[in-house]
Ligand binder design. Sequence first.
Ligand code: T4K
Length: 392
Amino acid sequence: MTKPFEKPIYVTRPFLPPLAEFCQGLEEIWETAWLTNYGPLVQRFAEELRRFFETDNVCLFNNGTLALQIALQGMGISGEVITTPYTFVATTHVLYWNKIRPIFVDIEPDYYSLDPEKVEAAITPWTSAILAVHVYGYPCKLNRLADIARKHNLKLIYDAAHAFGVNVGGRSIAHFGDLSMFSFHATKLYHSIEGGLLTFKESGLKGVFDYLKNFGFNGETEVVMPGTNAKMNEIQALMGMQVLKHLPEIVSKREKITQLYRERLKRIPGIRLTPSLPADVRYNHGYMPIEVDSVEFGMSRDDLYEKLKDWNVFARRYFYPLICDYACYKNVSVADPLAVARQVTERILTLPIYDALPLDDVEAICDVIESLQCSRAKSFMDIGPGAETPSA
Ligand code: T4K
Protein backbone atom coordinates (compact mmCIF):
# COMPACT_ATOMS: atom_id res chain seq x y z
CA MET A 1 0.00 0.00 0.00
CA THR A 2 1.67 3.20 -1.09
CA LYS A 3 -1.11 5.74 -0.65
CA PRO A 4 -2.90 6.75 2.56
CA PHE A 5 -6.56 5.84 2.97
CA GLU A 6 -8.75 8.53 1.44
CA LYS A 7 -10.87 8.81 4.55
CA PRO A 8 -9.58 8.44 8.10
CA ILE A 9 -9.80 4.95 9.57
CA TYR A 10 -10.61 5.40 13.24
CA VAL A 11 -10.12 2.91 16.03
CA THR A 12 -13.87 2.41 16.05
CA ARG A 13 -17.11 3.62 14.45
CA PRO A 14 -20.51 3.12 15.99
CA PHE A 15 -22.96 0.71 14.40
CA LEU A 16 -25.98 2.70 13.24
CA PRO A 17 -29.34 1.05 12.59
CA PRO A 18 -31.06 1.83 9.26
CA LEU A 19 -32.12 5.48 9.43
CA ALA A 20 -35.72 4.72 8.39
CA GLU A 21 -36.01 2.25 11.29
CA PHE A 22 -34.70 4.83 13.74
CA CYS A 23 -37.00 7.56 12.40
CA GLN A 24 -39.97 5.25 12.83
CA GLY A 25 -38.99 4.84 16.47
CA LEU A 26 -38.64 8.59 16.85
CA GLU A 27 -42.22 9.02 15.68
CA GLU A 28 -43.41 7.14 18.74
CA ILE A 29 -41.41 9.47 20.97
CA TRP A 30 -42.86 12.50 19.16
CA GLU A 31 -46.37 11.17 19.69
CA THR A 32 -46.00 10.64 23.41
CA ALA A 33 -43.78 13.69 23.98
CA TRP A 34 -42.21 11.60 26.71
CA LEU A 35 -38.46 12.17 26.54
CA THR A 36 -37.00 10.99 29.84
CA ASN A 37 -37.86 10.00 33.46
CA TYR A 38 -38.79 6.32 33.07
CA GLY A 39 -40.59 6.65 29.73
CA PRO A 40 -42.10 3.68 27.92
CA LEU A 41 -39.03 2.99 25.77
CA VAL A 42 -36.65 2.88 28.73
CA GLN A 43 -39.01 0.42 30.40
CA ARG A 44 -39.20 -1.71 27.27
CA PHE A 45 -35.42 -1.59 26.90
CA ALA A 46 -34.97 -2.72 30.53
CA GLU A 47 -37.31 -5.63 29.84
CA GLU A 48 -35.29 -6.65 26.76
CA LEU A 49 -32.11 -6.52 28.82
CA ARG A 50 -33.67 -8.63 31.57
CA ARG A 51 -34.31 -11.26 28.92
CA PHE A 52 -30.88 -10.82 27.34
CA PHE A 53 -29.06 -11.26 30.66
CA GLU A 54 -31.56 -13.73 32.12
CA THR A 55 -31.89 -11.78 35.34
CA ASP A 56 -34.41 -9.38 36.87
CA ASN A 57 -31.62 -7.38 38.44
CA VAL A 58 -30.81 -4.75 35.85
CA CYS A 59 -30.73 -0.97 36.16
CA LEU A 60 -30.21 1.50 33.30
CA PHE A 61 -28.24 4.75 33.49
CA ASN A 62 -27.30 7.62 31.21
CA ASN A 63 -23.68 6.46 31.08
CA GLY A 64 -21.38 3.78 32.46
CA THR A 65 -19.38 6.08 34.71
CA LEU A 66 -22.38 7.26 36.73
CA ALA A 67 -23.70 3.70 36.82
CA LEU A 68 -20.52 2.47 38.49
CA GLN A 69 -20.27 5.50 40.77
CA ILE A 70 -23.81 4.88 41.99
CA ALA A 71 -23.14 1.15 42.31
CA LEU A 72 -20.35 1.77 44.81
CA GLN A 73 -22.43 4.31 46.71
CA GLY A 74 -25.50 2.08 46.81
CA MET A 75 -23.49 -0.93 47.96
CA GLY A 76 -21.89 1.13 50.73
CA ILE A 77 -18.34 0.46 49.58
CA SER A 78 -15.79 2.46 51.58
CA GLY A 79 -12.19 2.48 52.81
CA GLU A 80 -9.87 0.79 50.32
CA VAL A 81 -10.69 -0.93 47.05
CA ILE A 82 -8.15 -3.06 45.19
CA THR A 83 -8.17 -2.18 41.53
CA THR A 84 -6.17 -2.02 38.32
CA PRO A 85 -4.14 0.89 37.00
CA TYR A 86 -4.55 -0.51 33.47
CA THR A 87 -7.99 0.75 32.44
CA PHE A 88 -9.90 3.82 31.29
CA VAL A 89 -9.66 6.60 33.84
CA ALA A 90 -13.38 6.39 34.76
CA THR A 91 -12.75 3.16 36.71
CA THR A 92 -10.67 5.11 39.23
CA HIS A 93 -12.72 8.31 39.10
CA VAL A 94 -15.75 6.48 40.51
CA LEU A 95 -13.67 5.54 43.56
CA TYR A 96 -12.58 9.14 43.97
CA TRP A 97 -16.17 10.40 43.89
CA ASN A 98 -17.03 7.90 46.63
CA LYS A 99 -14.03 8.97 48.76
CA ILE A 100 -12.55 5.48 48.43
CA ARG A 101 -8.79 4.93 48.33
CA PRO A 102 -7.69 3.02 45.20
CA ILE A 103 -5.08 0.33 45.85
CA PHE A 104 -3.45 -0.30 42.50
CA VAL A 105 -2.02 -3.76 41.91
CA ASP A 106 -0.46 -5.36 38.88
CA ILE A 107 -2.13 -7.14 35.97
CA GLU A 108 -1.44 -10.52 34.42
CA PRO A 109 0.39 -10.50 31.09
CA ASP A 110 -1.99 -12.53 28.89
CA TYR A 111 -5.27 -10.63 29.03
CA TYR A 112 -4.26 -7.60 31.10
CA SER A 113 -6.71 -8.03 34.00
CA LEU A 114 -5.95 -7.97 37.74
CA ASP A 115 -3.40 -10.55 38.88
CA PRO A 116 -5.22 -12.49 41.66
CA GLU A 117 -1.98 -13.17 43.57
CA LYS A 118 -1.31 -9.45 43.75
CA VAL A 119 -4.88 -8.80 44.82
CA GLU A 120 -4.67 -11.18 47.75
CA ALA A 121 -1.32 -9.75 48.88
CA ALA A 122 -2.79 -6.23 48.96
CA ILE A 123 -5.76 -6.94 51.27
CA THR A 124 -5.77 -4.97 54.54
CA PRO A 125 -8.38 -4.57 57.30
CA TRP A 126 -9.68 -1.52 55.38
CA THR A 127 -10.29 -3.36 52.11
CA SER A 128 -14.00 -3.54 51.28
CA ALA A 129 -14.04 -4.64 47.65
CA ILE A 130 -12.18 -5.68 44.54
CA LEU A 131 -12.91 -3.59 41.44
CA ALA A 132 -11.68 -5.60 38.47
CA VAL A 133 -11.98 -4.77 34.76
CA HIS A 134 -12.62 -7.19 31.90
CA VAL A 135 -10.15 -5.24 29.77
CA TYR A 136 -11.09 -5.32 26.03
CA GLY A 137 -13.88 -7.73 27.04
CA TYR A 138 -11.42 -10.51 27.95
CA PRO A 139 -12.77 -12.19 31.10
CA CYS A 140 -10.82 -11.67 34.32
CA LYS A 141 -9.58 -14.67 36.32
CA LEU A 142 -13.17 -15.18 37.45
CA ASN A 143 -12.81 -18.21 39.71
CA ARG A 144 -9.66 -17.05 41.49
CA LEU A 145 -11.10 -13.60 42.16
CA ALA A 146 -14.33 -15.14 43.44
CA ASP A 147 -12.37 -17.40 45.82
CA ILE A 148 -10.40 -14.46 47.19
CA ALA A 149 -13.50 -12.31 47.62
CA ARG A 150 -15.32 -15.11 49.43
CA LYS A 151 -12.36 -15.96 51.67
CA HIS A 152 -11.86 -12.35 52.76
CA ASN A 153 -15.52 -11.33 52.74
CA LEU A 154 -15.05 -8.69 50.07
CA LYS A 155 -17.47 -7.47 47.41
CA LEU A 156 -16.39 -8.40 43.89
CA ILE A 157 -17.33 -5.70 41.40
CA TYR A 158 -16.63 -5.90 37.69
CA ASP A 159 -16.16 -2.96 35.39
CA ALA A 160 -17.52 -4.82 32.37
CA ALA A 161 -17.62 -1.66 30.23
CA HIS A 162 -16.06 -3.60 27.32
CA ALA A 163 -17.76 -6.93 27.87
CA PHE A 164 -21.32 -6.66 26.54
CA GLY A 165 -22.21 -9.93 24.82
CA VAL A 166 -19.34 -11.93 26.35
CA ASN A 167 -20.31 -15.38 27.63
CA VAL A 168 -18.31 -17.78 29.77
CA GLY A 169 -19.29 -21.42 30.06
CA GLY A 170 -22.60 -20.67 28.32
CA ARG A 171 -23.57 -17.88 30.74
CA SER A 172 -23.33 -14.13 30.36
CA ILE A 173 -20.31 -12.66 32.06
CA ALA A 174 -22.81 -10.56 34.03
CA HIS A 175 -23.44 -13.58 36.26
CA PHE A 176 -19.97 -13.43 37.82
CA GLY A 177 -19.21 -11.33 40.88
CA ASP A 178 -21.62 -9.25 42.96
CA LEU A 179 -22.17 -6.59 40.31
CA SER A 180 -21.14 -5.69 36.77
CA MET A 181 -21.26 -2.40 34.89
CA PHE A 182 -21.62 -2.36 31.09
CA SER A 183 -20.97 0.83 29.11
CA PHE A 184 -23.22 1.58 26.16
CA HIS A 185 -21.04 4.43 24.88
CA ALA A 186 -20.91 5.07 21.12
CA THR A 187 -17.34 3.76 20.97
CA LYS A 188 -18.42 0.31 22.19
CA LEU A 189 -19.42 -2.55 19.90
CA TYR A 190 -22.86 -2.31 21.46
CA HIS A 191 -24.19 1.15 22.32
CA SER A 192 -27.14 3.40 23.05
CA ILE A 193 -25.27 6.61 22.03
CA GLU A 194 -24.35 7.00 25.71
CA GLY A 195 -25.60 4.69 28.40
CA GLY A 196 -24.74 2.31 31.18
CA LEU A 197 -26.17 -0.77 32.81
CA LEU A 198 -25.75 -2.44 36.18
CA THR A 199 -26.47 -6.12 36.65
CA PHE A 200 -26.25 -7.47 40.20
CA LYS A 201 -26.87 -10.42 42.49
CA GLU A 202 -28.71 -8.80 45.40
CA SER A 203 -32.26 -7.84 44.32
CA GLY A 204 -32.57 -5.32 47.16
CA LEU A 205 -30.06 -3.03 45.48
CA LYS A 206 -32.45 -2.17 42.64
CA GLY A 207 -34.53 0.20 44.76
CA VAL A 208 -31.44 1.99 46.07
CA PHE A 209 -30.01 2.43 42.57
CA ASP A 210 -33.34 3.77 41.34
CA TYR A 211 -33.40 6.37 44.14
CA LEU A 212 -29.78 7.35 43.58
CA LYS A 213 -30.19 7.93 39.85
CA ASN A 214 -33.30 10.09 40.33
CA PHE A 215 -32.32 12.62 43.02
CA GLY A 216 -33.42 10.22 45.79
CA PHE A 217 -37.11 10.78 44.99
CA ASN A 218 -39.69 8.38 46.35
CA GLY A 219 -42.88 9.66 44.72
CA GLU A 220 -43.45 13.36 44.18
CA THR A 221 -42.70 14.89 47.54
CA GLU A 222 -40.38 12.59 49.46
CA VAL A 223 -36.59 12.50 49.03
CA VAL A 224 -35.10 9.53 50.84
CA MET A 225 -31.41 10.08 50.04
CA PRO A 226 -29.21 12.66 48.32
CA GLY A 227 -29.21 11.15 44.86
CA THR A 228 -28.04 12.56 41.58
CA ASN A 229 -29.46 12.60 38.05
CA ALA A 230 -28.25 9.62 36.04
CA LYS A 231 -31.35 8.52 34.18
CA MET A 232 -31.31 7.13 30.66
CA ASN A 233 -33.51 9.01 28.19
CA GLU A 234 -35.93 7.73 25.54
CA ILE A 235 -33.71 8.36 22.52
CA GLN A 236 -30.89 6.41 24.13
CA ALA A 237 -33.30 3.55 24.84
CA LEU A 238 -34.53 3.60 21.24
CA MET A 239 -30.98 3.35 19.92
CA GLY A 240 -30.15 0.66 22.47
CA MET A 241 -33.09 -1.51 21.40
CA GLN A 242 -32.42 -1.09 17.71
CA VAL A 243 -28.71 -1.88 17.98
CA LEU A 244 -29.49 -4.92 20.15
CA LYS A 245 -31.40 -6.48 17.26
CA HIS A 246 -28.23 -6.35 15.17
CA LEU A 247 -25.83 -7.63 17.83
CA PRO A 248 -25.21 -11.09 16.30
CA GLU A 249 -24.30 -9.60 12.91
CA ILE A 250 -22.09 -6.93 14.56
CA VAL A 251 -20.15 -9.56 16.51
CA SER A 252 -19.83 -11.88 13.56
CA LYS A 253 -18.42 -9.16 11.28
CA ARG A 254 -15.96 -8.17 13.99
CA GLU A 255 -14.97 -11.78 14.48
CA LYS A 256 -13.90 -12.00 10.82
CA ILE A 257 -11.83 -8.85 11.27
CA THR A 258 -10.12 -10.28 14.37
CA GLN A 259 -9.36 -13.50 12.53
CA LEU A 260 -7.81 -11.67 9.60
CA TYR A 261 -5.71 -9.40 11.82
CA ARG A 262 -4.49 -12.38 13.85
CA GLU A 263 -3.67 -14.40 10.76
CA ARG A 264 -1.72 -11.56 9.19
CA LEU A 265 -0.03 -10.13 12.27
CA LYS A 266 1.11 -13.36 13.89
CA ARG A 267 3.93 -13.65 11.37
CA ILE A 268 5.29 -10.14 11.89
CA PRO A 269 8.33 -10.10 14.18
CA GLY A 270 7.86 -7.86 17.21
CA ILE A 271 4.04 -7.94 17.19
CA ARG A 272 2.54 -9.86 20.09
CA LEU A 273 -1.06 -10.99 20.06
CA THR A 274 -3.07 -12.13 23.06
CA PRO A 275 -3.21 -15.93 23.41
CA SER A 276 -6.28 -17.69 22.01
CA LEU A 277 -9.14 -17.49 24.48
CA PRO A 278 -10.25 -20.60 26.38
CA ALA A 279 -12.82 -22.68 24.47
CA ASP A 280 -15.64 -21.83 26.89
CA VAL A 281 -15.39 -18.07 26.24
CA ARG A 282 -17.62 -16.50 23.59
CA TYR A 283 -15.85 -13.23 22.88
CA ASN A 284 -17.46 -10.01 21.56
CA HIS A 285 -14.49 -8.82 19.47
CA GLY A 286 -14.75 -5.38 21.03
CA TYR A 287 -11.08 -4.43 20.61
CA MET A 288 -7.99 -5.50 18.67
CA PRO A 289 -5.00 -4.96 20.97
CA ILE A 290 -1.44 -5.72 19.89
CA GLU A 291 1.84 -5.28 21.75
CA VAL A 292 4.82 -3.84 19.94
CA ASP A 293 8.28 -5.02 20.96
CA SER A 294 10.38 -2.12 19.74
CA VAL A 295 13.62 -4.08 19.41
CA GLU A 296 12.16 -6.93 17.42
CA PHE A 297 9.75 -4.76 15.44
CA GLY A 298 12.39 -2.15 14.71
CA MET A 299 10.19 0.72 15.81
CA SER A 300 8.61 1.78 19.09
CA ARG A 301 4.87 1.56 19.73
CA ASP A 302 4.68 5.37 19.70
CA ASP A 303 6.48 5.57 16.36
CA LEU A 304 4.15 2.96 14.88
CA TYR A 305 1.14 4.86 16.25
CA GLU A 306 2.41 8.07 14.62
CA LYS A 307 3.44 6.38 11.37
CA LEU A 308 -0.02 4.85 10.97
CA LYS A 309 -1.47 8.35 11.06
CA ASP A 310 0.54 9.12 7.90
CA TRP A 311 -1.62 6.47 6.25
CA ASN A 312 -4.74 8.04 7.76
CA VAL A 313 -5.07 5.20 10.29
CA PHE A 314 -5.94 6.33 13.81
CA ALA A 315 -5.11 3.50 16.19
CA ARG A 316 -5.28 4.31 19.91
CA ARG A 317 -3.08 3.65 22.92
CA TYR A 318 -5.78 2.15 25.13
CA PHE A 319 -4.52 2.18 27.90
CA TYR A 320 -1.63 4.58 28.20
CA PRO A 321 -0.55 6.00 30.57
CA LEU A 322 -1.37 3.99 33.69
CA ILE A 323 -4.02 5.65 35.83
CA CYS A 324 -1.59 6.15 38.72
CA ASP A 325 0.62 8.22 36.40
CA TYR A 326 -2.08 10.80 35.61
CA ALA A 327 -1.36 14.08 37.39
CA CYS A 328 -4.57 13.84 39.42
CA TYR A 329 -3.59 10.45 40.90
CA LYS A 330 0.16 11.01 41.31
CA ASN A 331 -0.28 11.51 45.05
CA VAL A 332 -1.86 8.06 45.54
CA SER A 333 0.83 5.84 47.00
CA VAL A 334 1.38 2.62 45.07
CA ALA A 335 3.22 -0.22 46.83
CA ASP A 336 3.18 -2.66 43.90
CA PRO A 337 5.94 -2.01 41.32
CA LEU A 338 3.33 -2.77 38.60
CA ALA A 339 6.02 -4.41 36.48
CA VAL A 340 3.64 -6.03 33.98
CA ALA A 341 1.30 -3.04 33.67
CA ARG A 342 4.27 -0.71 33.12
CA GLN A 343 5.59 -2.86 30.31
CA VAL A 344 2.20 -3.37 28.66
CA THR A 345 1.22 0.31 28.75
CA GLU A 346 4.40 1.19 26.83
CA ARG A 347 3.78 -1.47 24.18
CA ILE A 348 0.03 -1.59 23.66
CA LEU A 349 -1.76 -0.36 20.55
CA THR A 350 -5.42 -0.98 19.76
CA LEU A 351 -6.05 -1.27 16.03
CA PRO A 352 -9.22 -0.21 14.17
CA ILE A 353 -12.07 -2.67 14.50
CA TYR A 354 -15.76 -2.11 13.77
CA ASP A 355 -18.42 -3.99 11.86
CA ALA A 356 -18.31 -1.72 8.80
CA LEU A 357 -14.52 -1.92 8.40
CA PRO A 358 -13.93 -3.71 5.08
CA LEU A 359 -11.63 -6.74 5.19
CA ASP A 360 -9.62 -5.16 2.35
CA ASP A 361 -8.88 -2.24 4.63
CA VAL A 362 -7.75 -4.63 7.37
CA GLU A 363 -5.43 -6.24 4.81
CA ALA A 364 -4.10 -2.82 3.88
CA ILE A 365 -3.50 -1.85 7.53
CA CYS A 366 -1.60 -5.13 7.99
CA ASP A 367 0.41 -4.39 4.81
CA VAL A 368 1.44 -1.06 6.30
CA ILE A 369 2.43 -2.62 9.62
CA GLU A 370 4.33 -5.33 7.81
CA SER A 371 6.12 -2.83 5.63
CA LEU A 372 7.15 -0.85 8.69
CA GLN A 373 8.66 -3.89 10.35
CA CYS A 374 12.20 -3.25 9.49
CA SER A 375 14.48 -5.14 11.82
CA ARG A 376 16.49 -6.18 8.79
CA ALA A 377 15.37 -3.61 6.26
CA LYS A 378 16.52 -0.07 5.67
CA SER A 379 15.82 2.66 8.22
CA PHE A 380 12.10 2.75 8.92
CA MET A 381 12.11 6.51 8.88
CA ASP A 382 12.51 6.38 5.09
CA ILE A 383 9.19 4.62 4.80
CA GLY A 384 6.12 6.73 4.40
CA PRO A 385 3.12 7.14 2.13
CA GLY A 386 4.28 7.42 -1.44
CA ALA A 387 7.58 5.63 -0.80
CA GLU A 388 8.17 2.15 -2.18
CA THR A 389 7.12 -0.24 0.57
CA PRO A 390 9.06 -3.48 0.87
CA SER A 391 7.04 -6.42 -0.38
CA ALA A 392 5.92 -8.95 2.20
N1 T4K B 1 -14.70 1.74 32.34
C1 T4K B 1 -14.00 1.43 31.24
C2 T4K B 1 -13.04 0.28 31.30
C3 T4K B 1 -14.16 2.15 30.05
O1 T4K B 1 -13.42 1.85 28.96
C4 T4K B 1 -15.09 3.21 30.04
C5 T4K B 1 -15.27 4.00 28.84
C6 T4K B 1 -15.82 3.49 31.21
C7 T4K B 1 -15.59 2.73 32.34
C8 T4K B 1 -16.84 4.57 31.27
O2 T4K B 1 -17.99 4.29 30.50
P1 T4K B 1 -18.86 5.53 29.88
O3 T4K B 1 -19.15 6.49 31.00
O4 T4K B 1 -18.06 6.13 28.77
O5 T4K B 1 -20.12 4.83 29.40
C9 T4K B 1 -13.68 6.50 24.71
C10 T4K B 1 -15.07 6.52 25.29
O6 T4K B 1 -15.55 7.86 25.47
C11 T4K B 1 -15.22 5.80 26.58
O7 T4K B 1 -16.59 5.46 26.70
C12 T4K B 1 -14.43 4.50 26.58
N2 T4K B 1 -14.47 3.84 27.86
C13 T4K B 1 -12.99 4.78 26.22
C14 T4K B 1 -12.16 3.50 26.19
O8 T4K B 1 -12.94 5.34 24.94
P2 T4K B 1 -12.12 8.41 23.92
O9 T4K B 1 -11.91 9.78 24.48
O10 T4K B 1 -10.93 7.63 23.56
O11 T4K B 1 -13.12 8.45 22.66
P3 T4K B 1 -13.04 9.33 21.34
O12 T4K B 1 -14.09 10.38 21.40
O13 T4K B 1 -11.64 9.77 21.09
O14 T4K B 1 -13.48 8.26 20.23
C15 T4K B 1 -12.62 7.28 19.71
C16 T4K B 1 -12.89 7.12 18.23
O15 T4K B 1 -14.20 6.63 18.04
C17 T4K B 1 -12.85 8.43 17.46
O16 T4K B 1 -11.57 8.67 16.99
C18 T4K B 1 -13.81 8.19 16.31
C19 T4K B 1 -14.79 7.19 16.87
N3 T4K B 1 -16.07 7.80 17.24
C20 T4K B 1 -16.26 8.31 18.48
C21 T4K B 1 -17.49 8.83 18.83
C22 T4K B 1 -17.72 9.40 20.22
C23 T4K B 1 -17.09 7.83 16.29
O17 T4K B 1 -16.87 7.39 15.15
N4 T4K B 1 -18.30 8.33 16.64
C24 T4K B 1 -18.55 8.84 17.88
O18 T4K B 1 -19.67 9.27 18.15
O19 T4K B 1 -12.96 7.63 25.02
